[in-house]
Design a protein around this ligand. Structure first.
Ligand code: HEC
Ligand code: HEC
Length: 342
Protein backbone atom coordinates (compact mmCIF):
# COMPACT_ATOMS: atom_id res chain seq x y z
CA UNK A 1 0.00 0.00 0.00
CA UNK A 2 2.69 2.43 1.06
CA UNK A 3 4.76 1.67 -2.01
CA UNK A 4 1.73 2.23 -4.17
CA UNK A 5 1.16 5.62 -2.53
CA UNK A 6 4.72 6.56 -3.05
CA UNK A 7 4.80 5.57 -6.70
CA UNK A 8 1.63 7.46 -7.34
CA UNK A 9 2.95 10.53 -5.54
CA UNK A 10 6.10 10.48 -7.65
CA UNK A 11 4.14 10.01 -10.85
CA UNK A 12 2.00 12.99 -10.02
CA UNK A 13 4.99 15.10 -9.07
CA UNK A 14 6.51 14.42 -12.46
CA UNK A 15 3.26 15.52 -14.09
CA UNK A 16 2.85 18.64 -11.96
CA UNK A 17 5.73 19.72 -9.77
CA UNK A 18 3.56 22.12 -7.76
CA UNK A 19 2.06 19.17 -5.90
CA UNK A 20 2.68 17.63 -2.49
CA UNK A 21 4.62 14.36 -2.25
CA UNK A 22 1.88 12.85 -0.09
CA UNK A 23 -0.66 12.67 -2.93
CA UNK A 24 -3.26 10.15 -1.92
CA UNK A 25 -4.53 7.36 -4.11
CA UNK A 26 -8.01 8.17 -5.54
CA UNK A 27 -9.69 5.02 -4.19
CA UNK A 28 -8.27 5.54 -0.70
CA UNK A 29 -9.31 9.19 -0.76
CA UNK A 30 -12.79 8.28 -1.95
CA UNK A 31 -13.23 5.79 0.88
CA UNK A 32 -12.14 8.37 3.42
CA UNK A 33 -14.44 11.06 1.99
CA UNK A 34 -17.47 8.76 1.89
CA UNK A 35 -17.32 8.45 5.67
CA UNK A 36 -18.09 12.18 5.95
CA UNK A 37 -19.71 13.30 2.68
CA UNK A 38 -22.10 11.57 0.30
CA UNK A 39 -23.38 12.33 -3.20
CA UNK A 40 -26.40 14.62 -3.47
CA UNK A 41 -29.55 12.44 -3.41
CA UNK A 42 -31.61 12.12 -6.60
CA UNK A 43 -34.56 14.04 -5.18
CA UNK A 44 -35.24 16.52 -2.43
CA UNK A 45 -37.41 15.51 0.53
CA UNK A 46 -41.05 16.14 -0.37
CA UNK A 47 -40.42 16.24 -4.14
CA UNK A 48 -42.27 12.96 -4.61
CA UNK A 49 -45.62 14.68 -3.98
CA UNK A 50 -45.00 17.69 -6.24
CA UNK A 51 -47.00 17.61 -9.45
CA UNK A 52 -45.91 18.89 -12.86
CA UNK A 53 -48.62 21.54 -12.72
CA UNK A 54 -47.38 22.79 -9.32
CA UNK A 55 -43.78 22.94 -10.52
CA UNK A 56 -44.73 24.84 -13.68
CA UNK A 57 -46.81 27.32 -11.69
CA UNK A 58 -44.03 27.70 -9.12
CA UNK A 59 -41.51 28.42 -11.83
CA UNK A 60 -43.69 31.13 -13.31
CA UNK A 61 -44.18 32.67 -9.83
CA UNK A 62 -40.43 32.53 -9.13
CA UNK A 63 -39.86 34.77 -12.17
CA UNK A 64 -42.95 36.95 -11.55
CA UNK A 65 -42.12 40.63 -11.01
CA UNK A 66 -45.72 41.45 -10.18
CA UNK A 67 -45.04 39.83 -6.80
CA UNK A 68 -43.21 43.02 -5.84
CA UNK A 69 -44.94 46.30 -5.03
CA UNK A 70 -43.51 48.28 -7.95
CA UNK A 71 -43.28 45.24 -10.24
CA UNK A 72 -39.49 45.55 -10.37
CA UNK A 73 -38.42 42.34 -8.66
CA UNK A 74 -38.97 38.63 -8.71
CA UNK A 75 -37.37 35.90 -6.61
CA UNK A 76 -35.00 35.47 -9.53
CA UNK A 77 -33.70 39.05 -9.13
CA UNK A 78 -31.80 38.02 -6.00
CA UNK A 79 -31.61 34.27 -6.71
CA UNK A 80 -30.84 34.06 -10.43
CA UNK A 81 -31.23 30.45 -11.57
CA UNK A 82 -31.53 31.14 -15.30
CA UNK A 83 -28.70 31.73 -17.82
CA UNK A 84 -26.43 29.28 -16.02
CA UNK A 85 -26.33 31.42 -12.85
CA UNK A 86 -25.77 30.06 -9.34
CA UNK A 87 -29.06 30.98 -7.63
CA UNK A 88 -27.69 34.27 -6.28
CA UNK A 89 -27.19 37.91 -7.36
CA UNK A 90 -23.44 37.94 -6.61
CA UNK A 91 -23.77 41.13 -4.57
CA UNK A 92 -22.60 41.56 -0.95
CA UNK A 93 -26.17 42.48 0.05
CA UNK A 94 -29.21 42.83 -2.22
CA UNK A 95 -31.14 45.96 -3.11
CA UNK A 96 -34.88 45.37 -2.69
CA UNK A 97 -37.76 46.70 -4.81
CA UNK A 98 -37.16 50.26 -3.61
CA UNK A 99 -33.39 50.07 -3.55
CA UNK A 100 -33.00 49.52 0.22
CA UNK A 101 -30.56 46.83 1.26
CA UNK A 102 -30.93 44.18 3.93
CA UNK A 103 -27.96 43.24 6.07
CA UNK A 104 -27.34 39.80 4.65
CA UNK A 105 -25.94 38.21 1.51
CA UNK A 106 -28.43 36.29 -0.67
CA UNK A 107 -27.75 32.56 -0.29
CA UNK A 108 -28.30 30.28 -3.25
CA UNK A 109 -31.66 28.60 -3.78
CA UNK A 110 -29.88 25.68 -5.50
CA UNK A 111 -30.23 22.57 -3.31
CA UNK A 112 -31.81 24.72 -0.56
CA UNK A 113 -34.58 22.19 -0.01
CA UNK A 114 -32.00 19.77 1.41
CA UNK A 115 -31.11 22.20 4.23
CA UNK A 116 -32.26 21.53 7.79
CA UNK A 117 -33.79 25.03 7.81
CA UNK A 118 -33.86 28.17 5.64
CA UNK A 119 -32.06 31.54 6.04
CA UNK A 120 -28.62 32.21 7.51
CA UNK A 121 -30.13 31.94 10.98
CA UNK A 122 -32.51 29.07 10.18
CA UNK A 123 -35.63 31.06 11.11
CA UNK A 124 -37.86 29.31 8.54
CA UNK A 125 -38.33 25.55 8.83
CA UNK A 126 -39.34 24.85 5.26
CA UNK A 127 -39.16 26.24 1.73
CA UNK A 128 -42.91 26.91 1.96
CA UNK A 129 -42.51 28.99 5.13
CA UNK A 130 -39.53 30.78 3.60
CA UNK A 131 -41.29 31.70 0.34
CA UNK A 132 -43.98 33.70 2.14
CA UNK A 133 -41.42 36.06 3.67
CA UNK A 134 -39.68 38.05 0.91
CA UNK A 135 -42.88 39.07 -0.91
CA UNK A 136 -44.13 40.90 2.20
CA UNK A 137 -40.73 42.05 3.46
CA UNK A 138 -40.66 45.87 3.17
CA UNK A 139 -37.03 45.94 2.09
CA UNK A 140 -37.41 43.07 -0.35
CA UNK A 141 -40.51 42.81 -2.56
CA UNK A 142 -42.53 45.13 -0.28
CA UNK A 143 -46.10 43.94 -0.92
CA UNK A 144 -48.38 45.30 1.86
CA UNK A 145 -50.31 42.08 2.52
CA UNK A 146 -51.20 38.68 1.01
CA UNK A 147 -54.57 40.02 -0.23
CA UNK A 148 -52.90 42.46 -2.62
CA UNK A 149 -50.67 39.65 -3.93
CA UNK A 150 -53.70 37.43 -4.51
CA UNK A 151 -55.79 40.13 -6.17
CA UNK A 152 -52.97 40.80 -8.63
CA UNK A 153 -52.78 37.10 -9.44
CA UNK A 154 -56.57 36.76 -9.73
CA UNK A 155 -56.69 39.58 -12.28
CA UNK A 156 -54.64 37.36 -14.59
CA UNK A 157 -56.85 34.61 -16.05
CA UNK A 158 -53.87 32.44 -16.86
CA UNK A 159 -52.84 32.36 -13.19
CA UNK A 160 -56.38 31.48 -12.10
CA UNK A 161 -56.31 28.59 -14.55
CA UNK A 162 -52.85 27.44 -13.53
CA UNK A 163 -53.62 27.53 -9.79
CA UNK A 164 -56.79 25.50 -10.44
CA UNK A 165 -54.78 22.95 -12.40
CA UNK A 166 -52.08 22.75 -9.72
CA UNK A 167 -54.57 22.40 -6.85
CA UNK A 168 -57.54 20.65 -8.47
CA UNK A 169 -59.23 19.64 -5.21
CA UNK A 170 -59.82 23.26 -4.17
CA UNK A 171 -62.61 25.56 -5.36
CA UNK A 172 -60.68 28.81 -4.82
CA UNK A 173 -57.14 27.70 -5.51
CA UNK A 174 -55.49 31.15 -5.65
CA UNK A 175 -54.33 31.27 -2.02
CA UNK A 176 -51.13 32.46 -0.38
CA UNK A 177 -50.44 28.96 0.96
CA UNK A 178 -50.74 27.50 -2.53
CA UNK A 179 -48.45 30.18 -3.92
CA UNK A 180 -45.81 29.21 -1.36
CA UNK A 181 -46.32 25.51 -2.03
CA UNK A 182 -45.94 25.97 -5.80
CA UNK A 183 -42.76 28.05 -5.43
CA UNK A 184 -41.36 25.42 -3.07
CA UNK A 185 -42.25 22.66 -5.57
CA UNK A 186 -40.25 24.50 -8.23
CA UNK A 187 -37.33 25.02 -5.81
CA UNK A 188 -37.32 21.29 -5.06
CA UNK A 189 -36.31 20.71 -8.70
CA UNK A 190 -33.12 22.76 -8.22
CA UNK A 191 -30.86 19.79 -7.51
CA UNK A 192 -27.34 20.20 -8.86
CA UNK A 193 -24.90 17.68 -10.38
CA UNK A 194 -21.14 18.09 -10.23
CA UNK A 195 -17.80 16.41 -10.89
CA UNK A 196 -17.16 15.82 -7.20
CA UNK A 197 -20.16 13.46 -7.08
CA UNK A 198 -18.87 11.70 -10.21
CA UNK A 199 -15.67 11.11 -8.26
CA UNK A 200 -17.57 9.84 -5.20
CA UNK A 201 -19.56 7.49 -7.45
CA UNK A 202 -16.35 5.91 -8.74
CA UNK A 203 -14.80 8.00 -11.50
CA UNK A 204 -11.14 8.59 -10.58
CA UNK A 205 -10.70 10.94 -13.50
CA UNK A 206 -13.58 13.22 -12.51
CA UNK A 207 -11.17 15.23 -10.34
CA UNK A 208 -7.71 16.44 -11.29
CA UNK A 209 -4.72 15.66 -9.08
CA UNK A 210 -4.75 19.21 -7.67
CA UNK A 211 -8.47 19.00 -6.89
CA UNK A 212 -7.94 15.67 -5.10
CA UNK A 213 -5.07 17.22 -3.19
CA UNK A 214 -7.38 20.08 -2.16
CA UNK A 215 -10.04 17.61 -1.08
CA UNK A 216 -7.46 15.81 1.02
CA UNK A 217 -6.40 19.13 2.61
CA UNK A 218 -10.03 20.06 3.21
CA UNK A 219 -10.48 16.94 5.32
CA UNK A 220 -7.07 16.96 6.98
CA UNK A 221 -7.27 20.61 8.04
CA UNK A 222 -10.69 19.94 9.63
CA UNK A 223 -13.18 21.78 7.41
CA UNK A 224 -15.37 18.68 7.37
CA UNK A 225 -16.01 18.89 11.12
CA UNK A 226 -18.68 21.41 10.05
CA UNK A 227 -18.96 21.16 6.25
CA UNK A 228 -20.08 17.54 5.90
CA UNK A 229 -23.03 15.48 4.65
CA UNK A 230 -24.29 15.51 1.05
CA UNK A 231 -24.15 19.32 0.77
CA UNK A 232 -20.92 19.85 2.72
CA UNK A 233 -23.02 21.97 5.06
CA UNK A 234 -26.67 22.98 5.33
CA UNK A 235 -27.13 20.46 8.14
CA UNK A 236 -26.21 22.31 11.31
CA UNK A 237 -25.61 25.64 13.06
CA UNK A 238 -22.21 26.85 14.23
CA UNK A 239 -20.62 30.02 15.49
CA UNK A 240 -18.55 32.16 13.13
CA UNK A 241 -15.39 33.04 14.99
CA UNK A 242 -14.78 30.02 17.23
CA UNK A 243 -11.10 30.68 17.86
CA UNK A 244 -10.82 34.27 16.65
CA UNK A 245 -13.69 36.78 16.67
CA UNK A 246 -15.21 37.64 13.28
CA UNK A 247 -14.43 41.20 12.16
CA UNK A 248 -18.08 42.22 11.79
CA UNK A 249 -20.14 41.62 14.93
CA UNK A 250 -23.12 43.73 13.87
CA UNK A 251 -25.20 40.66 13.01
CA UNK A 252 -25.70 38.45 16.06
CA UNK A 253 -27.11 35.56 14.02
CA UNK A 254 -29.30 32.85 15.47
CA UNK A 255 -29.61 34.38 18.94
CA UNK A 256 -32.31 36.66 17.43
CA UNK A 257 -34.34 33.55 16.64
CA UNK A 258 -33.78 31.38 19.73
CA UNK A 259 -33.01 34.11 22.34
CA UNK A 260 -30.44 31.65 23.65
CA UNK A 261 -27.10 33.29 24.54
CA UNK A 262 -25.21 30.27 23.26
CA UNK A 263 -26.47 31.23 19.79
CA UNK A 264 -24.70 34.58 19.58
CA UNK A 265 -22.87 34.77 16.20
CA UNK A 266 -24.22 31.34 15.32
CA UNK A 267 -25.27 30.83 11.68
CA UNK A 268 -26.30 27.92 9.53
CA UNK A 269 -23.19 26.17 8.24
CA UNK A 270 -23.57 27.01 4.55
CA UNK A 271 -23.53 24.31 1.92
CA UNK A 272 -20.35 24.44 -0.15
CA UNK A 273 -22.01 22.94 -3.23
CA UNK A 274 -21.81 25.56 -6.03
CA UNK A 275 -19.67 27.77 -3.79
CA UNK A 276 -17.52 28.96 -6.72
CA UNK A 277 -20.69 30.38 -8.31
CA UNK A 278 -22.00 32.26 -5.29
CA UNK A 279 -19.44 34.94 -4.41
CA UNK A 280 -19.23 37.12 -2.41
CA UNK A 281 -18.91 35.10 0.79
CA UNK A 282 -20.09 35.04 4.41
CA UNK A 283 -23.42 36.30 5.76
CA UNK A 284 -22.37 39.91 5.14
CA UNK A 285 -20.75 39.28 1.74
CA UNK A 286 -17.34 40.27 3.10
CA UNK A 287 -15.09 38.41 0.66
CA UNK A 288 -15.25 38.57 -3.13
CA UNK A 289 -12.58 35.89 -3.49
CA UNK A 290 -13.10 32.28 -2.49
CA UNK A 291 -9.41 32.03 -1.54
CA UNK A 292 -9.87 34.77 1.08
CA UNK A 293 -12.96 33.06 2.51
CA UNK A 294 -11.05 29.75 2.79
CA UNK A 295 -8.07 31.40 4.45
CA UNK A 296 -10.24 33.24 6.94
CA UNK A 297 -12.33 30.14 7.76
CA UNK A 298 -9.19 28.18 8.64
CA UNK A 299 -8.05 31.00 10.91
CA UNK A 300 -11.39 31.79 12.61
CA UNK A 301 -12.73 28.26 12.99
CA UNK A 302 -9.62 26.12 13.25
CA UNK A 303 -6.83 28.48 14.35
CA UNK A 304 -4.72 27.54 11.34
CA UNK A 305 -2.79 29.73 8.95
CA UNK A 306 -2.88 28.02 5.59
CA UNK A 307 -0.06 28.37 3.08
CA UNK A 308 -0.77 29.41 -0.51
CA UNK A 309 -0.50 25.88 -1.81
CA UNK A 310 -3.13 24.64 0.64
CA UNK A 311 -5.46 27.53 -0.20
CA UNK A 312 -5.03 27.11 -3.95
CA UNK A 313 -5.64 23.38 -3.92
CA UNK A 314 -8.70 23.76 -1.69
CA UNK A 315 -10.08 26.42 -4.02
CA UNK A 316 -9.46 24.06 -6.95
CA UNK A 317 -11.37 21.34 -5.09
CA UNK A 318 -14.23 23.72 -4.23
CA UNK A 319 -14.55 24.54 -7.93
CA UNK A 320 -15.41 20.89 -8.61
CA UNK A 321 -18.61 21.39 -6.58
CA UNK A 322 -20.23 23.59 -9.26
CA UNK A 323 -23.26 22.33 -11.12
CA UNK A 324 -22.29 21.21 -14.61
CA UNK A 325 -23.58 23.79 -17.06
CA UNK A 326 -23.49 26.69 -14.62
CA UNK A 327 -20.59 29.05 -14.41
CA UNK A 328 -19.28 31.80 -12.18
CA UNK A 329 -19.91 35.37 -13.34
CA UNK A 330 -17.24 38.00 -12.82
CA UNK A 331 -17.67 39.60 -9.42
CA UNK A 332 -16.44 43.08 -8.61
CA UNK A 333 -14.10 43.07 -5.62
CA UNK A 334 -15.68 44.16 -2.37
CA UNK A 335 -14.01 45.04 0.89
CA UNK A 336 -10.46 44.30 -0.32
CA UNK A 337 -8.45 41.16 0.20
CA UNK A 338 -8.69 39.33 3.51
CA UNK A 339 -9.51 42.41 5.59
CA UNK A 340 -9.02 41.76 9.29
CA UNK A 341 -6.63 38.88 8.76
CA UNK A 342 -3.45 38.47 10.77
C1 HEC B 1 -34.21 41.59 -2.51
C2 HEC B 1 -33.54 40.30 -2.68
C3 HEC B 1 -34.35 39.04 -2.46
C4 HEC B 1 -35.54 38.68 -3.06
C5 HEC B 1 -36.40 39.47 -4.03
C6 HEC B 1 -35.81 37.34 -2.59
N1 HEC B 1 -34.82 36.91 -1.76
FE1 HEC B 1 -34.61 35.07 -0.99
N2 HEC B 1 -33.13 35.72 0.18
C7 HEC B 1 -32.55 36.97 0.13
C8 HEC B 1 -31.67 37.15 1.25
C9 HEC B 1 -30.82 38.38 1.55
C10 HEC B 1 -31.72 35.95 2.00
C11 HEC B 1 -31.00 35.65 3.32
C12 HEC B 1 -31.74 36.38 4.43
C13 HEC B 1 -31.40 35.88 5.81
O1 HEC B 1 -30.80 34.83 5.94
O2 HEC B 1 -31.80 36.53 6.77
C14 HEC B 1 -32.63 35.06 1.27
C15 HEC B 1 -32.89 33.73 1.62
C16 HEC B 1 -33.63 32.87 0.83
C17 HEC B 1 -33.67 31.43 1.00
C18 HEC B 1 -32.92 30.61 2.04
C19 HEC B 1 -31.73 29.90 1.44
C20 HEC B 1 -30.82 29.35 2.51
O3 HEC B 1 -29.83 28.73 2.16
O4 HEC B 1 -31.07 29.56 3.69
C21 HEC B 1 -34.51 30.94 0.04
C22 HEC B 1 -34.88 29.49 -0.21
C23 HEC B 1 -35.01 32.08 -0.71
N3 HEC B 1 -34.44 33.22 -0.22
C24 HEC B 1 -35.96 32.02 -1.70
C25 HEC B 1 -36.60 33.15 -2.19
C26 HEC B 1 -37.85 33.14 -2.93
C27 HEC B 1 -38.66 31.91 -3.26
C28 HEC B 1 -38.14 34.43 -3.26
C29 HEC B 1 -39.36 34.97 -3.99
C30 HEC B 1 -40.63 34.72 -3.33
C31 HEC B 1 -37.05 35.25 -2.75
N4 HEC B 1 -36.17 34.44 -2.08
C32 HEC B 1 -36.94 36.61 -2.96
C33 HEC B 1 -32.80 37.92 -0.83
C34 HEC B 1 -33.93 37.94 -1.63
C1 HEC C 1 -16.63 25.12 13.32
C2 HEC C 1 -17.38 25.00 12.09
C3 HEC C 1 -16.69 25.35 10.78
C4 HEC C 1 -15.46 24.94 10.32
C5 HEC C 1 -14.44 24.06 11.01
C6 HEC C 1 -15.32 25.50 9.00
N1 HEC C 1 -16.43 26.22 8.67
FE1 HEC C 1 -16.73 27.20 6.92
N2 HEC C 1 -18.40 28.04 7.69
C7 HEC C 1 -18.93 27.79 8.94
C8 HEC C 1 -20.01 28.72 9.20
C9 HEC C 1 -20.88 28.77 10.44
C10 HEC C 1 -20.08 29.57 8.08
C11 HEC C 1 -21.02 30.76 7.90
C12 HEC C 1 -20.24 31.98 8.35
C13 HEC C 1 -21.00 33.27 8.23
O1 HEC C 1 -20.98 33.88 7.17
O2 HEC C 1 -21.60 33.70 9.21
C14 HEC C 1 -19.06 29.11 7.15
C15 HEC C 1 -18.82 29.68 5.89
C16 HEC C 1 -17.91 29.20 4.97
C17 HEC C 1 -17.76 29.69 3.62
C18 HEC C 1 -18.59 30.78 2.99
C19 HEC C 1 -19.89 30.20 2.51
C20 HEC C 1 -20.81 31.19 1.87
O3 HEC C 1 -21.80 30.75 1.25
O4 HEC C 1 -20.61 32.40 1.96
C21 HEC C 1 -16.76 28.96 3.03
C22 HEC C 1 -16.24 29.10 1.62
C23 HEC C 1 -16.28 28.03 4.03
N3 HEC C 1 -17.01 28.19 5.19
C24 HEC C 1 -15.23 27.15 3.83
C25 HEC C 1 -14.61 26.49 4.88
C26 HEC C 1 -13.32 25.85 4.76
C27 HEC C 1 -12.49 25.75 3.49
C28 HEC C 1 -13.00 25.36 6.01
C29 HEC C 1 -11.72 24.71 6.44
C30 HEC C 1 -10.53 25.52 6.27
C31 HEC C 1 -14.12 25.69 6.87
N4 HEC C 1 -15.05 26.38 6.16
C32 HEC C 1 -14.22 25.33 8.20
C33 HEC C 1 -18.53 26.79 9.80
C34 HEC C 1 -17.28 26.17 9.73
Amino acid sequence: MITKFFTLGVAVIVASNSLHAETIEPATLRQKVLEIVSPIPERMPGAEKDTKAQIALGKRLFFEKRLSKNESQSCNSCHAVDKGRGGVDNLPTSPGAFGKRGGRNSPTVLNAGFHLAQFWDGRADTLEAQAKGPILNPIEMAMPDPQEVLSRLKSDKRYVREFAKAFPAQTDAVTYDNLAQAIAAFERTLVTRDRFDDFLKGSDRALTAVERQGLHEFITVGCTTCHNGPLLGGNGFRKIGILEAYSNEADKGRIEVTKDEADEFVFKVPSLRNIALTAPYFHDGKHAQLADAVREMAWLQLGQKLNDEQVNSMVAFLNSLSDKGRKAPKVAAVGGAAAGMP
